[in-house]
Write a protein that binds this ligand. Structure first.
Ligand SMILES: O=C([C@H](O)CO)[C@H](O)[C@H](O)COP(=O)(O)O
Length: 213
């Protein structure tokens, strides 16, 4: 079944832990967003894993260089999954994958800024990454005409393990699941909700309601 990943784009460890406490019963993966890691450092990863040892903790490092080194410091801090950018040299992604093997953890490739996401998704999957994040960042989402449906269609086409991130919400999550995504990522739809627990619960129920062909 498609996993639900909450993307926490808050700015303090305290707020992140509080949110995670509300939504943990409904999510499979807890993502510490890039701005959060930059604001708080990797101690937020350590604190989250300590508080929720049974959840997969996803450090959105968005690594662009020194793939092995950055992945290693995130794994040592407690991350289970670490992101590397898809736009960077193959050597950076391969280095991160080697570090992941050493720690028994996994790498996710983030496709922000990738021109041909389907082609790149196929290429990097060969390197042994866990899955490819078909992703439109918050800036891209704010551009006129943005639609998450583009990412969903690319997931169908790529036929590799993938997640979709970029404004996934209760209106679109069933399409993400029906496309065969391994993971549906929801940030603002959860942390921006009046009742984050209810929002996460509704997203989880929506995932469960879809029968993938
Ligand atoms: O990864 C993200 C972004 O680059 C900022 O860190 C978001 O967490 C991701 O886009 C998911 O969040 P929503 O788009 O708000 O669902």
């Amino acid at each position: 079944m498609t996993k639900l990943q909450v993307a926490i784009d808050l700015l303090t460890t305290e707020a992140a832990l509080e949110l995670a406490g509300k939504v943990a019963p409904y999510v499979d993966i807890i993502e510490l967003g890039t701005p959060l890691i930059k604001a708080e450092g990797l101690k937020v990863v350590t604190a989250m894993k300590a508080a929720f040892p049974d959840k997969l903790v996803f450090a959105d490092m968005k690594t662009a260089d020194t793939g092995a080194l950055e992945a290693e410091i995130a794994f040592k801090a407690g991350a289970d999954l670490v992101t590397v950018m898809g736009t960077v040299d193959d050597a950076t992604i391969k280095g991160a994958v080697e570090a992941a093997k050493k720690y028994g953890k996994q790498i996710v490739v983030d496709t922000i800024g990738v021109k041909n996401r389907v082609q790149r998704a196929k290429e990097v999957t060969e390197f042994g990454v866990a899955f490819v994040e078909l992703h439109a960042g918050l800036d891209e989402q704010a551009l006129p005409g943005y639609s998450v449906q583009t990412l969903i269609a690319e997931g169908r086409e790529a036929k590799v393990p993938f997640s979709v991130a970029g404004g996934v919400n209760i209106d679109t999550i069933k399409d993400v699941v029906a496309a065969g995504a391994d993971v549906a990522v929801a940030g603002g739809a959860i942390y921006g909700a009046e009742d984050p627990a209810a929002a996460a619960k509704a997203l989880k129920e929506a995932i469960s309601s879809v029968t993938v062909q």
